[in-house]
Design a protein around this ligand. Structure first.
Ligand code: SF4
Length: 319
């Protein structure tokens, strides 16, 4: 018998739920197609499902026809993208997670106060590009303590930092400590201000790794928070794999294993976790349980124009 233990919480966070909801309601309100700049959240399954309902995903606003409803992804965008949308008069629905927006606001506030801004995050990630482009001041991007040491700034520079929302809480703590050691005047939010969903999923995976011989993280390869969950498993000495769905499960992983832990990144839907459980059930007889963990009940409000949109309202409007 293979014990399958699920982390709690796992999977969708409030920011992802809101972003998907925005695309679905926009489709109800405007009808297909609606245009989404970049993957709405980092999950191919979610993107494909929305595509089948009429969402068109584009890399650049230039690909969007004049006047077409335009949605910004949960990761946020640079100001230049907002300006371009305004210039082109595109009706925009902003699915940027409110916790990402909060980082933008913090960054602008520090820059306005004359501090040199440091962003703790990973180069090339959509959220990092958005945040860098939301502050009209130079930003130094660092992801490790060694990069803090290499910053070309005098030690008495008044600095402030903000963080990508989906980092490893532990790594971020060490980068903040390095900033404190390198600079005499540092301001920034406490690590406990990193997004609640990131923290909860990382705490839960740590608990899960303690009782698992193998850890499976359900999520996309380009999902920052899913990668961090897998890394935590590895750091705790548990063989840990990231899979997109059940087809990613390698039967060889299960040899000699009696307890498999499963968690899911913040952009991975429940049905993909079910798919992984079904794949395990095809290989062995399984018994599924869930670890105790934090109950999440956070909800973010929708843009005002979408609050009263339901499929029924859309049908009535179409008459
Ligand atoms: S992981 Fe956190 S910051 Fe990112 S979308 Fe979810 S709630 Fe928002």
């Amino acid at each position: 018998m293979l014990r399958v233990i699920l982390a709690k919480p796992r999977g969708f966070c409030a920011g992802v739920v809101r972003a998907i909801d925005i695309v679905e309601r926009a489709l109800d309100l405007y009808g297909a197609p609606v245009y989404v700049r970049h993957e709405i959240v980092h999950n191919r399954h979610v993107v494909n499902k929305l595509r089948s309902k009429g969402a068109i995903f584009v890399d650049e606003l230039a690909e969007i026809p004049a006047g077409a409803p335009t949605i910004f992804s949960a990761h946020g965008v640079a100001r230049s993208v907002q300006d371009e949308a305004r210039l082109r008069d595109l009706p925009v629905l902003d699915a940027t997670c409110p916790l990402v927006t909060k980082v933008h606001v913090q960054g602008r506030r520090y820059a306005k106060a004359g501090r040199t801004l440091i962003l703790i995050g990973h180069a090339g990630h959509a959220e990092v590009e958005g945040t860098m482009g939301q502050v009209d001041a130079p930003i130094h991007l660092v992801s490790t303590a060694a990069e803090v040491d290499a910053l070309p700034l005098p030690t008495d520079t008044p600095v402030a930092y903000v963080t990508q929302t989906t980092l490893s809480v532990d790594d971020t703590r060490s980068v903040i400590a390095a900033l404190g050691a390198r600079f005499s005047d540092v301001q920034g939010p406490d690590v406990s201000e990193i997004c609640y969903a990131t923290q909860n999923r990382q705490t839960a995976v740590r608990d899960l790794a303690r009782v698992s011989e193998l850890l499976i993280v359900v999520g996309a390869e380009n999902s920052s928070n899913s990668n961090r969950l897998r890394e935590i498993g590895v750091e705790m000495g548990v063989p840990s794999y990231l899979v997109a769905d059940g087809s990613g499960v390698d039967p060889a992983w299960l040899e000699g294993v009696d307890a498999v832990g499963i968690t899911a990144g913040a952009s991975a839907p429940d049905e993909l976790v079910d798919d992984v459980i079904a794949a395990l059930a095809r290989l062995r007889r399984i018994e599924v349980s869930q670890l105790d963990g934090v109950e999440e009940n956070i909800e973010f409000s929708l843009p005002p124009e979408l609050r009263n949109v339901t499929p029924r309202a859309a049908a009535a409007m179409a008459k």
